[in-house]
Design a binder for this molecule. Structure first.
Ligand SMILES: NC(=O)c1ccc[n+]([C@@H]2O[C@H](COP(=O)([O-])OP(=O)(O)OC[C@H]3O[C@@H](n4cnc5c(N)ncnc54)[C@H](O)[C@@H]3O)[C@@H](O)[C@H]2O)c1
Length: 437
């Protein structure tokens, strides 16, 4: 171990290092707060001035992160800025920016490369750069390392580089940034050692892997595993439905097997920043190696077909009441992509709302976590959440349970609704007004 490496590791161990986190979203914000809570000097960087302003005023913009936590971190020295020149004073530069797909469903690394380009002029010897954004194997080697080398730094000697994928599960009360084990893979062995020291200061268990690309693929495997199994169970749902079997009862029964079975639950489709997107990062990269990722494509096909299938169920339910979808009032319950959160990214409820609207249904929604339909890149609804009252339930020709938030009064809904289309298995007992979807 040389002196520079030793000095940096000691700074992390003594918690007197300055940590820069780039991208203060669902991943970067809780991570910066974690460093602040442990006594590090945490600096959050973002290009969104509204976020910087709010954080500096001690306010949160993410529902499950309390403003009190931000205020406390501010007292502990946490600051937020859009001034990237402050990167120079940081010992660690952690990148947590979005990694979406472009319109051809190919990886869009522009956020990562733009961030790295903005940081590059302020790099100095004795820093570590960690990429946390989810991406295909090879990104850290191919996109981060060359930009650092281009500034004349030797990797693993002067600047250290690791990939350490984030595993945040927003809204899950059982796990948080500190208690979720973290994978870390370095470009060189020295990079790895510095990376482990960085994260050990704030995370209970850091798991070293061979290199950065192993860390990148580990994260993708985790998400592909979910996407494929959800695809499987969605297909099983359609088979069970044709056979007159309740898939949710089947899953509950299979879950009593104490080994070898992991339950996954069907739904209206998949949502969030991860599951619908990340698998296609691998699909794209695998082509370079002459491999077709058939499981990924197949599960993508099944999962993305779910909104249409659900609309078919709504049409069928209305038909039983001698109504057409065109002109019917459909009240959507829950529009965020999963229960008890406000995250709307890739939400299948929105895809369903769009199909319904195109077919002439009068769509409204209720969601205690999303009071106003937010601005989205590809969707526009001029709607506000309506209150979940007996009157509103009665008025609807169909109530669609798209996201099963705990705050909904499901008994009242069952009692008052003319027709319920349940995509989440909320209603376990058969009822005349419930159609399972
Ligand atoms: N949300 C999750 O649950 C989750 C879980 C695991 C991994 N991830 C991964 O983490 C990464 C970040 O996801 P997220 O959910 O935090 O995204 P997010 O959209 O919530 O936050 C990203 C932030 O980065 C900022 N940003 C964009 N360009 C920037 C730039 N050039 N410089 C500085 N800041 C910039 C944005 O303004 C935003 O505040 C993605 O790769 C995602 O796949 C997300």
């Amino acid at each position: 171990m040389d002196e520079m490496q030793q000095t940096l590791i000691r700074k992390f161990e003594r918690k007197n290092a300055r940590i820069g986190v780039f991208g203060l979203g669902y991943v970067g914000l809780p991570l910066s707060l974690r460093f602040a809570e442990e006594g590090f000097t945490a600096v959050g960087f973002d290009i969104d001035s509204m976020k910087i302003k709010k954080l500096m005023a001690g306010e949160s913009y993410i529902e499950h992160i309390a403003s009190a936590r931000i205020k406390k971190a501010r007292k502990q020295g946490f600051t937020a800025t859009a001034d990237f020149s402050q990167a120079k004073q940081c010992d660690a530069l952690i990148i947590c920016v979005p990694t979406p797909l472009n319109k051809y469903r190919e990886p869009d690394l522009s956020y990562v490369t733009r961030t790295m380009d903005a940081i590059a002029p302020y790099l100095r010897k004795g820093q570590i750069v960690s990429l946390e954004s989810t991406t295909y194997p090879g990104t850290t080697d191919e996109e981060i390392v060359p930009r650092i080398r281009a500034r004349g730094f030797k990797i693993g000697r002067e600047v250290y580089v690791v990939h350490s994928p984030e595993r945040e599960d927003p809204g899950n009360p059982n796990f948080n940034t500190k208690t979720i084990p973290k994978i870390c893979g370095g470009i060189t062995r020295r990079c790895q050692e510095v990376g482990l020291a960085l994260y050990r200061g704030v995370i209970d268990k850091v798991v070293p892997v061979a290199d950065a690309k192993t860390a990148e693929l580990t994260k993708l495997l985790e998400n592909i595993h979910r996407a494929v199994n959800i695809g499987l169970v969605n297909e099983m749902k359609m088979v069970a439905d044709k056979m007159g079997i309740d898939i949710h009862e089947v899953i509950r029964a299979a879950s009593t097997k104490p080994f070898g079975f992991t339950p996954y639950f069907p739904g209206p489709g998949i949502g969030g920043h991860c599951i619908p997107i990340d698998p296609f990062y691998l699909t794209w990269k695998a082509r370079e190696f002459g491999i077709n990722t058939r499981f990924i494509e197949l599960s993508g096909e099944v999962n993305s077909g779910m909104p249409d299938w659900v609309v078919g169920k709504i049409t069928h339910g209305l038909n039983q009441h001698q109504k057409s979808l065109n002109g019917s009032k459909v009240l959507v319950l829950g529009i965020s992509y999963k229960k008890n959160v406000d995250d709307m990214r890739e939400s299948p409820a929105v895809a369903i709302m769009e199909i319904l609207r195109a077919k002439g249904a009068k769509v409204s929604y209720t969601d205690p976590h999303v009071p106003v339909f937010p601005k989205m890149r590809e969707h526009k609804f001029d709607l506000r959440s309506v209150p979940l009252t007996v009157e509103n339930i009665r008025k609807a020709d169909c109530v669609l349970v798209a996201t099963n938030h705990d705050k909904f009064d499901y008994r009242m809904i069952l009692k008052r609704a003319k027709l319920i289309v349940d995509t989440r298995g909320v209603y376990t007992k058969p009822a005349k007004n419930v159609v399972k979807a």
